[in-house]
Design a protein around this ligand. Structure first.
Ligand SMILES: Cc1cc2nc3c(=O)[nH]c(=O)nc-3n(C[C@H](O)[C@H](O)[C@H](O)COP(=O)(O)OP(=O)(O)OC[C@H]3O[C@@H](n4cnc5c(N)ncnc54)[C@H](O)[C@@H]3O)c2cc1C
Length: 372
């Protein structure tokens, strides 16, 4: 006899894990299917075997939220350190703070402006573009030609692999420019990195839940559906509906990870590279995410060079072009008709979600189902 479950959850990322944890806690039986060899989705982290440095395999993840309910929930499964994120960018061999703040402007222009002078100074640099026709014009309208050429043009070109003149203005609606020296990347009340990385959170959430790793739901859809009272699907929505309205576009990233025989490579967790002729967009150095750990005892440091590229098999960021939006609306209409299935998370909702938003969304869905 095949075991029947109240819920079969496709995907052990944050959405699937929160959903499974909540239903298990409510006394329901849950099976989680995961096509990868590990749980945790893109939040997955592991200790590097030589150095013990905790590495976020799919890119640096910083937890941040203002939502008390989400913060209380995640703290049931981990303690956080007091890491505060800051980003630096290298341009023509000089290092600047990002997002653009008073320090960036003063270093770049070799000035000593005070906050009240910034707006007038930047206005004098912005030119006369009224109706920007593309991303380049939009960025120049917002920060002026010099800052655009230094910090936005090369980085955007590498990220999108297209000239900013060919990209729609709508990609950037605003560019935060701070008139102060505030260099904090997030302003949320609660921020940090889980003391032991992200994977133990998932192990605790999924404790007592049946899990099948290395299993792709699409290899036997009928079988898995027949075992589920209710199906929770967190994979790509277009794949679920056999791409009948065409493929949704995603931007992808890949990482080149290297162990270096030095104590500290760049002195910070994330360094952007704005120059066009440097092929990577960022270098991550994960040891800096854990200032509470003693760094001097480690025999080396791990760095991850990040490259943007096109790979529909590794969907990271939704492109959200007008055609994508139309296509997604068609898939959403199909999803609404598919009773007995919840579509949740970044891949099924075709949405750039931060972790706190995925948690809030899964908790809300569980509450709604429990009310039915
Ligand atoms: C580079 C990068 C950096 C990020 N940094 C941050 C950050 O600093 N802070 C922050 O808050 N958020 C960050 N995020 C966002 C964060 O990763 C997501 O919010 C979160 O991982 C989404 O969880 P999810 O469950 O929706 O999706 P996922 O983590 O993608 O989980 C979906 C799971 O479903 C599985 N799956 C898919 N299809 C199938 C199938 N057919 N059968 C079986 N299994 C399947 C996948 O293998 C995957 O494990 C970042 C994202 C990226 C890409």
């Amino acid at each position: 006899m095949k075991k029947q479950y109240d819920f079969v959850v496709v995907g052990s990322g944050l959405y699937g894990a929160v959903f499974a944890q909540q239903m298990k806690e409510a006394g329901q039986s849950v099976l989680v299917l995961e096509s990868r060899k590990h749980i945790g989705g893109n939040c997955y982290s592991e200790d590097h075997e030589d150095t013990g440095i905790n590495v976020h395999r799919y890119g640096t993840h910083i937890f941040h939220t203002n939502d008390q309910r989400t913060w209380d929930y995640i703290n049931r499964f981990t303690e956080f350190n007091h890491y505060r994120h800051g980003v630096l960018t290298t341009y023509q061999k000089r290092v600047y703070t990002m997002p653009i703040n008073l320090g960036t402007i003063n270093s770049f222009y070799n000035t000593s402006l005070v906050p009240s002078e910034v707006d007038a100074f930047l206005s004098s640099k912005k030119g006369t573009i009224q109706r920007p026709k593309n991303l380049e014009e939009q960025a120049i309208k917002l920060v002026g030609e010099d800052l655009y050429r230094a910090f936005i043009r090369g980085y955007t070109l590498k990220q999108w692999q297209r000239d900013p003149k060919e990209l729609p203005a709508s990609i950037i609606t605003r560019l935060p420019v701070r008139n102060s020296y505030d260099a904090s990347y997030f302003s949320d009340r609660y921020q940090g990195i889980p003391l032991h990385g992200y994977t133990p959170i998932f192990e605790r959430m999924l404790d007592g839940v049946d899990i099948e790793l290395g299993v792709d739901f699409f290899d036997d859809v009928e079988h898995w559906r027949s075992r589920a009272g209710h199906l929770v699907y967190t994979g790509p929505i277009d794949r679920y509906f056999k791409f009948q309205h065409g493929k949704l576009n995603w931007r992808s990233v890949r990482f080149e990870t290297e162990l270096l025989d030095e104590a500290d490579f760049q002195g910070t967790s994330v360094m952007n590279y704005a120059d066009e002729d440097i092929p990577y967009t960022r270098i991550h150095e994960p040891q800096h995410l854990h200032p509470e750990r003693r760094q001097s005892t480690q025999p080396g440091t791990v760095v991850m060079r990040e490259y943007s590229y096109n790979n529909e098999k590794a969907p990271y960021y939704p492109v959200n072009s007008p055609e994508d939006k139309e296509r997604f609306a068609l898939y959403q209409a199909l999803a609404r008709k598919d009773e007995g299935v919840t579509f949740g998370g970044r891949l099924a909702e075709y949405k750039y979600y931060d972790m706190h938003q995925v948690i809030a969304s899964a908790l809300a869905r569980v509450r709604a189902l429990n009310r039915q």
